[in-house]
Ligand binder design. Structure first.
Ligand code: DGP
Length: 115
């Protein structure tokens, strides 16, 4: 496993406010929240970024990430008002951590276009 900050969170080498965990997935609160609810949902296997996704190989895992997002949105009571899922990719996408992650953002009105 690589040495991104998220690998360290998976291995419990650094602390995080973990809200959900399965054999395949971990979800924890973002350290720099951009909304009242800001949770990062990550696969435990290392996929650095969107362009490393193989649709055939990772289809089930991606489904589980979306299932986790829906479950957490309900648990955080942001499912009815709505929320935003964000996956940043690469430099122009604003990706800082090269371990695939889905941002679940909610609890306020989102704007468009995004910054
Ligand atoms: P991105 O820019 O899409 O790569 O988002 C990375 C997010 O990760 C960013 O919103 C801040 C968050 N983050 C970075 N380091 C840590 C950490 O050590 N703990 C937690 N909980 N979140 C972190």
């Amino acid at each position: 496993m690589g040495d991104t900050i998220f690998s360290k969170i998976i291995k419990r080498e650094i602390p995080a406010d973990i809200v959900y965990e399965t054999d395949d997935i971990l979800a924890f609160r973002d350290i720099r929240p951009q909304a009242p609810v800001h949770i990062l949902i990550i696969p435990k296997i290392e996929i650095p970024k969107i362009t490393d996704i193989d649709g055939n190989k990772h289809a089930q895992l991606l489904g589980k990430l979306f299932d986790a997002a829906n479950m957490l949105a309900k648990e955080m009571k942001i499912d009815e008002d709505g929320f935003r899922l964000v996956l940043n990719c690469g430099n122009n996408g604003g990706q800082d951590v090269y371990h695939l992650h889905m941002h679940l953002l909610g609890g306020r009105q989102m704007k468009w276009p995004p910054g």
